[in-house]
Design a protein around this ligand. Structure first.
Ligand SMILES: Cc1ncc(COP(=O)(O)O)c(C=O)c1O
Length: 350
């Protein structure tokens, strides 16, 4: 990146595969603009829904193994829309304590009884499910956005099945990168629609474009089309974005080397950090936080890294719990080994 005319290496982007700048994706975007124009012109249900959106929805459904998929303009809106469409007064929403803000806000705004369970604690979820009232929706990040650990989806799915609750997984940070084919955390755990009836992922991270989708049964998608207000009452994303996303999805399918490179960067970073005495968490994903605790220390370290040409933003409360301010390092297939060496060097010689 260039900041104030100075070239820096970014270690805080969610562009995990480097696709935001891939020629195929950029060219598809440009061709999309030539075909469809710069904007969609209206909401999906008016006349904003184009062939490009439709083809992308079909490709996403096919890739994830769900009967249907529905595009939203952002992940935030997808999460608000989903929760509000499925539950309300008299129902129950149960969420992991470390869920992304959009899931928390969805739960709070829905009017349903809202409770959080301890991070990744399926036993505590089970207890809460026993006293849940009305329709029950359980929401979890797939890969936790600030910590990089993966939800215990197997156990969550079992509890939800036993208590006839819906399980929704937000795979914003797993889609495109986890699993042999990049299908995300369900492929990683070899789970299916039978275990996770509602699957959501964003397109602005590993996919490198923008937007989000929810995948599920015919009935779920029809319900969302009729009831999810952030779907109904907003302008559809430009069709050119859908074209760029289709090109990106094609790269995810056909270029496993991108994922291999990302994974080898993750291992390389973790090995070098270990050898240099840098304390990491157990995260095995592209999100590698260094928990510092103190907010000022996190800011000072982030500034020191920037002086050395490395961009790693400090993440502080309320985005993360009190006392867990951190440097949230993210790795990408676009990083070279020497760039990772530079980061390790800067972290060890502040
Ligand atoms: C887990 C998670 N869900 C949802 C979102 C929101 O997605 P979007 O940026 O497309 O609104 C994000 C991050 O932005 C996220 O990390």
């Amino acid at each position: 990146m260039i900041i104030d005319g100075k070239s820096v290496i970014s270690f805080c982007s969610n562009d995990y595969l480097g696709l935001a700048n891939h020629d195929d994706v950029k060219n598809a975007f440009i061709e999309g603009i030539k075909t469809y124009g710069a904007g969609s012109g209206a909401a999906h249900l008016v006349n904003g829904h184009s062939n490009a959106h439709h083809a992308l929805e079909e490709e996403l459904a096919e890739f994830t193994g769900y009967p249907r998929a529905l595009l939203f303009s952002t992940g935030y809106m997808a999460n608000l829309g989903l929760v509000q469409a499925l539950v309300g007064k008299g129902d129950t929403v149960l969420e992991d304590r470390l869920n992304h803000a959009s899931l928390i806000d969805g739960g709070l705004l829905s009017g349903a009884r809202f409770q959080r369970y301890t991070h990744n604690d399926a036993e505590q979820l089970e207890q809460k499910l026993e006293t849940a009232k009305g329709e029950t929706l359980v929401l979890t990040d797939g890969v936790f956005s600030m910590d990089g650990d993966i939800a215990n989806i197997h156990a969550l799915a079992q509890s939800c099945k036993q208590h006839s609750a819906w399980l929704m997984v937000d795979d914003a940070h797993g889609f495109g990168v986890l699993g042999e084919h990049g299908k995300g955390c369900l492929e990683h755990f070899q789970l299916s629609q039978n275990d996770v009836p509602i699957y959501m992922a964003t397109l602005g991270k590993a996919i490198g474009t923008s937007g989000a989708f929810i995948a599920g049964s015919e009935a779920l998608i029809e319900t969302l089309i009729q009831k999810a207000r952030p779907y109904i009452y907003t302008t559809a994303t430009p069709p050119a974005v859908a074209e760029a996303t289709r090109a990106s999805l094609n790269l995810v399918k056909t270029k496993p080397a991108l994922r291999d490179h990302l994974n080898s960067n993750i291992h390389y970073f973790r090995d070098c950090a270990k050898q240099s005495g840098i304390e990491l968490t157990e995260s095995q994903t592209a999100i590698q936080p260094i928990i510092l605790g103190d907010e000022k220390l996190a800011l000072t370290m982030s500034e020191a890294l920037l002086d050395k040409g490395l961009l790693v933003t400090a993440i502080r409360p309320p985005t993360v719990p009190k006392g867990t301010a951190r440097l949230r390092i993210t790795l990408s297939a676009a990083h070279s080994r020497s760039q990772i060496d530079q980061l390790i060097d800067a972290l060890t010689k502040p």
